[in-house]
Structures are given as C-alpha cells and as structure tokens.
Design a protein around this ligand. Structure first.
Ligand code: DAK
Length: 257
C-alpha cells in the first residue's frame, strides 16, 4: 500500500496532521490537496474535535510551496482548477470550528506560507524561512496569499513580500506578526503539547465561539461584528459550560468542562 500523504494522529480530540512528502520538502501537489481535503471533511463532522495541529514531515520544511514540477505545464484553465482546489481546501482548514495551529518546522514558502496564514496560530522553529516567492517564478500567490497576508501583517509589508519575493527568517516573521512564537526546533512539539493542553482545559464551546467571533467579525463592519459578539456571548449562557466555569470560580476550584 502506498504511504499516506497526510498522516493523522488523534489524541483525544487533538488532531495532528503531518504533510508527508519530505523528499519534495512537502510541496503541495494535487494528490496532497485531495487527501488533505478528504481528512478535513472527516474532521468537520467530529463533535469532539478540540484542536488541530498541522506540520510538515522531516526537519527541513513545513511546506516549500505549491509543487512547481506539477504546475510547470499547466494551461490557464488547469491553473485555475488547481488554485480553486487549493483555495477550497485551505478555507476548510481555516473554518474548522476549533483552533488550528501551524507548527512551522523549516521552509514555509509560497503555498506553504498561505497554508500557515489560514491557521489561527503559527509557531515557528528558529530555522524557519518564510516568503511568497511566486514573482520569481512569473506568477502571483494563488492560494490566498495576496488577501490573507495583508490582513495578517498589513498591506505595506504584504506588498513588500509579494512583489520582491524576498525570504525572511523566523525572527522577522515574529516581528511583523506573521507568527505568534519562535523557538528551537527541538522544543516545538513540547510547546504544541503545552498549548493544546491549555486550549483543551478551557470551555470547548467558549473556545469555538471565540474563534467564530474573531473570524466572522473580521469580515463585517464594527457594529455588525459587535452584535455578533453579543449574540455569541449570550449563547454561552445557554449551556452548562458557563454555569460550571462561574460556579468553579465562586467555589474556588478548577472547572470541570
Ligand atoms: N515544488 C516541487 N518540488 C520542490 C519544491 C516545490 N515548491 N521545493 C522543493 N522541491 C524539491 C526540489 O526540487 C528537490 O527535489 P529533487 O531535486 O531532490 O528531486 C527537493 O525538493 C529538495 O529541494 P532542494 O534540493 O532545492 O533543497 P535546497 O535546500 O537546496 O533548497 C529551497 C530549499 C526551499 C530554498 C528550494 O527547494 C526552493 O527554492 N524551492 C522552491 C520554493 C518556492 O519557490 N516556493 C513557491 C512555489 S510557488 C497559482 C499561482 C501560484 C501558485 C499556485 C497556484 N494559481 C493561480 C494556480 C504558486 C504557489 C507556490 O507556492
């Protein structure tokens, strides 16, 4: 049987996805995207999902981009179909109802950077390299980079990165707000465990509602977004979680969500 292109490990609702094409630095081809989309479709159905981690196999790359070898001969129609498949898959990752954390363990270029941009968190190893080098190949980012990058780091820095194609190191990525944390590669897994433990210890509905409020609110005007927050805040009072969380505070004990 052929090896899976996406490894899935489920630890009590914390699911770790590993893009498994290390010989091509985990470059995203159609087969990887098809398998990733199928995994995400399964995850969307899961009510006990708590968090998702996504990383690349090996110690050299998270994802070195869309697969250039596969893209080289594409016609405009085929390029559009490829970008549509990638955009749809990346959107499914972004809209999973739980926090999604990119563990960026090396090169994070082109489509790899666009994949990381669709995650709620990005934690980078200190050897990580980021960039949108598509202009060096005569194209522009096709997996959402021209839209999500300015929303993450602001338009000036996004235009700098997409028009020069220059690569930046993990420290610069941290400084411009592209990633949340930087650490030695050997500490990445331990940090991911600590972070997910923290997320899983919180009220699951409250965590989901927080993500929804931020994501959906960002696409709306302020007043509509504030109304959304109010609706979700009120919704929290409809379940057991709020009663348990507030009772635990008053009773000076840890909540049991
Ligand atoms: N695609 C395919 N193979 C790749 C790859 C990629 N993006 N990146 C690396 N590889 C392969 C290499 O070809 C090599 O394979 P073999 O020769 O061993 O068979 C293997 O991975 C190891 O790579 P290197 O030998 O090059 O390793 P180095 O350490 O020397 O260099 C590097 C690492 C990451 C600096 C270098 O591999 C590199 O520059 N890679 C390409 C990075 C890049 O340009 N990424 C952006 C790709 S473009 C769209 C529009 C645009 C896009 C998509 C859709 N539409 C409108 C449809 C574009 C998206 C992109 O992501």
């Amino acid at each position: 049987m052929s090896e899976k292109l996406i490894d899935v490990v489920d630890n009590a609702g914390v699911v770790r996805l590993t893009i498994n094409r290390p010989k091509a630095l985990n470059a995203l081809n159609s087969a990887v995207l098809t398998e990733l989309e199928s995994v995400l479709t399964d995850l969307e159905q899961r009510s006990n999902l708590r968090a998702v981690l996504i990383t690349g196999a090996g110690e050299k790359a998270f994802v070195a981009g869309a697969d250039i070898t596969e893209m080289r001969e594409k016609t405009p129609e085929e390029a559009r179909a490829f970008a549509t498949q990638a955009l749809r898959t990346i959107k499914r990752l972004e809209t999973l109802p739980v926090p999604v954390v990119a563990l960026v363990n090396g090169f994070c270029l082109g489509g790899g950077c666009e994949l990381a941009l669709a995650c709620d968190w990005a934690v980078a190893s200190d050897n990580a390299i980021f960039g949108q080098p598509e202009v060096l190949l005569g194209v522009i980012p096709g997996f959402g980079g021209t839209q999500r990058l300015p929303r993450r780091v602001g338009p000036a820095m996004a235009i700098d990165l997409v028009t020069t194609g220059r690569k930046i190191d993990a420290q610069e990525a941290l400084r411009i707000g592209l990633v949340n944390r930087v650490m030695p590669q050997a500490e990445l897994d331990a940090y991911a465990e600590e972070l997910t433990k923290q997320l899983v210890g919180n009220g699951p509905q409250a965590v989901r509602a927080s993500k929804l409020a931020v994501h959906d609110g960002m696409d709306q005007d302020l007043d509509s977004a504030l109304a959304l927050e109010t609706a979700l805040f009120a919704f929290c009072f409809a379940g057991e979680e709020q009663k348990e969380g507030m009772s635990a505070f008053v009773e000076k004990r840890k909540p049991n969500f």
